[in-house]
Design a protein around this ligand. Structure first.
Ligand SMILES: *Cc1c(COP(=O)(O)O)cnc(C)c1O
Length: 410
């Protein structure tokens, strides 16, 4: 039992006690696990000038951003709102990479005013940028390497039919624009998708970036995006980060030698840094048998964690309230009026009404993709740091549902 309980502790604090104190549904993050992941990435790339730009969109609570900053990581922001959030969290503009997609030019102009690094994602924008700013503002260019990678079609963004980046096949066109406007291109970027498994995909991407980079004279960094795969299922194959680190670093150093200058190597991991650190704690409301399944209905759903329904994502589940006794097969579902299966056909310790379940790997794209669908309230968030559980976001209240609605007096 002690052994079982240990799995359900964060820095010596029992998840069950956290649920009792703050209620459910609740997002809980292990701050130390986040710091450990940052350290691991640094270690894997310790022979190059690595810069980590945490992908804010994965988990954007201010305290998480501040923790990242303390760990020495910069940030990648995909909207002007995320840029403001990162500035609010204490980041200096030069620590922020702004990687928007399909935004209006005025958002780019705002980002220029704020002084962050701009990552240009299409040719019309590049020309527009040239017209307005010429060589005055350094930029990065997002290339689409046409690599089909990623665990799911919805999270593969670097393939031939993807809306992201400027095709590497258009490099000649890009170079003409750079020449005509005398653009100051200091970085090249690719991001091929999420859940990328092995070093060869990263190496393939890197080779494409190197080929393009030979055409630019003033580069300071190459940015290989995010996408490291973490384990969701027991026995899942995950990115071997030390292997990727060693192989990509070697290729990178060889390139720098040829280029004649040492460049910075950037990565923008989201999942890798925060996925495993997060748990969504929920309570079993109903245990209901049908001819085909035993459903456990919990006080959460796709409004709080959309990944299972949106990406067919697998999230491990444990019954925190029962550590002994028989196991049964359950399908864990939410309370949303729509099919919202969180986990199907899982063998768990027998579940009784009121038991608290922990949904694992909920740190990345959990809270940040949550909504008020069905007019439900979003969960509170707790960060465990130095053995102490801190509330970092209050649970919503009914006032939040009404906020911004305008009653026209009907
Ligand atoms: C989403 C995103 C990332 C992070 O992807 P992960 O799979 O979470 O590592 C990195 N860079 C960009 C540009 C992104 O859009």
């Amino acid at each position: 039992m002690v052994q079982n309980n240990l799995q359900f502790e964060i820095q010596g604090v029992a998840l069950l006690d956290i649920a009792k104190k703050f209620g459910t549904p609740l997002y809980v993050y292990d701050g130390q696990k986040i710091l450990d992941q940052v350290a691991l990435l640094k270690q894997a790339f310790n022979t190059v000038d690595l810069r980590i730009k945490y992908a804010t969109k994965a988990l954007s609570n201010l305290n998480i951003l501040k923790l990242m900053r303390k760990s020495g990581a910069g940030v990648d922001a995909v909207s002007i709102e995320e840029v403001h959030l990162c500035l609010h969290a204490g980041y200096q503009p030069e620590e922020i990479m702004y990687t928007p997609n399909c935004v209006a030019f005025d958002e780019i102009q705002q980002a220029v005013k704020l002084g962050v690094m701009i990552n240009i994602d299409n040719i019309p924008m590049l020309e527009h940028f040239g017209t307005y700013y010429g060589q005055e503002i350094p930029i990065c260019i997002r290339l689409n390497p046409h690599i089909l990678a990623g665990g799911n079609a919805k999270i593969s963004v670097g393939h031939i039919d993807s809306k992201f980046g400027i095709s590497v096949l258009q490099l000649k066109h890009v170079l003409k624009i750079v020449e005509a406007y005398q653009l100051n291109v200091t970085g090249l970027h690719i991001h091929t998708g999420s859940d990328i498994l092995d070093a060869t995909v990263f190496l393939k991407g890197a080779e494409i970036v190197f080929d393009a980079a030979r055409e630019f004279k003033d580069l300071q960094f190459l940015d290989f995006g995010g996408g490291f795969k973490v384990g969701y299922k027991p026995g899942d194959v995950t990115t071997d980060i030390m292997d990727v680190g060693q192989k990509v670093s070697e290729a990178f150093k060889a390139f720098c030698e040829e280029y004649g200058r040492n460049l910075e190597l950037w990565f923008e991991p989201g999942k890798f840094l925060v996925s495993e650190a997060g748990y969504l704690l929920v309570k079993a409301n109903v245990v209901k048998s049908t001819p085909a399944s035993t459903f456990v209905g919990v006080d959460s759903g796709l409004n709080h964690l959309i990944r299972p329904m949106m990406y067919d994502a697998y999230h491990g589940v444990v019954n925190l309230s029962q550590t002994e006794g028989p196991e049964r097969v359950y399908t864990i579902v939410g309370y949303i009026c729509e099919t919202d299966t969180i986990a199907a056909d899982r063998k768990l310790k027998e579940i009784k009404e009121g038991d608290v379940l922990a949904i694992k790997n909920a740190g990345a794209y959990g809270f940040s993709m949550s909504s008020n669908y069905n007019s439900r309230l979003r969960p509170a968030e707790v960060l465990v740091l130095d053995g102490k559980a801190h509330l970092i976001r209050e649970r919503e209240s009914f006032e939040d549902i009404l906020r911004h609605q305008v009653d026209i007096g009907l």
